[in-house]
Design a binder for this molecule. Structure first.
Ligand code: HEC
Length: 116
């Protein structure tokens, strides 16, 4: 019996820490659909209604090769600071004003989920 309090403490800790550290894919999806889908399409395939008028057009974000070629920090930076901050087109505008740190984590998690 003497080990049980320790086990309870550890599970309580894991339970308490998880909601803070785990990014929320569904919340990220909601933000993506609200702010990004006009150009990127609802599932990031580059088929949003505004994509046809863009040059260059946004790539398919579900493409596993692209997914592997970038790290989370890159996706976060493009999203927060815009394409120009990473040498991409400025038509990819900055969204740092519209997204909190937590929103950015969630949007990155949603984009990562597209490769599944
Ligand atoms: C006004 C249209 C538009 C909106 C809205 C938009 N983007 Fe983009 N985005 C683009 C374009 C165009 C590119 C491609 C730029 C290039 O290839 O030079 C791009 C590129 C990107 C890339 C880099 C892809 C690569 O080629 O490496 C990411 C990541 C991205 N966008 C995420 C987002 C996220 C997240 C949002 C919403 C918060 C968003 N974008 C909203 C137009 C848009």
């Amino acid at each position: 019996m003497r080990y049980i309090p320790g086990a309870l403490f550890v599970s309580a800790l894991v339970f308490a820490v998880q909601p803070v550290s785990a990014a929320d894919v569904q919340a990220g999806e909601a933000k993506f659909k609200q702010l990004c889908a006009t150009c990127h399409g609802p599932t990031g395939q580059g088929d949003g209604p505004a994509a046809a008028g863009l040059n260059p057009q946004p790539r398919d974000l579900s493409d596993p090769e692209w997914q592997e070629s970038v790290d989370d920090e890159f996706i976060r930076k493009v999203t927060a600071e815009g394409g120009a901050a990473v040498g991409l087109a400025p038509t990819m505008t900055a969204f740092g004003h519209a997204l909190s740190d937590e929103d950015l984590d969630n949007v990155v998690a949603y984009i990562r989920s597209l490769a599944d």
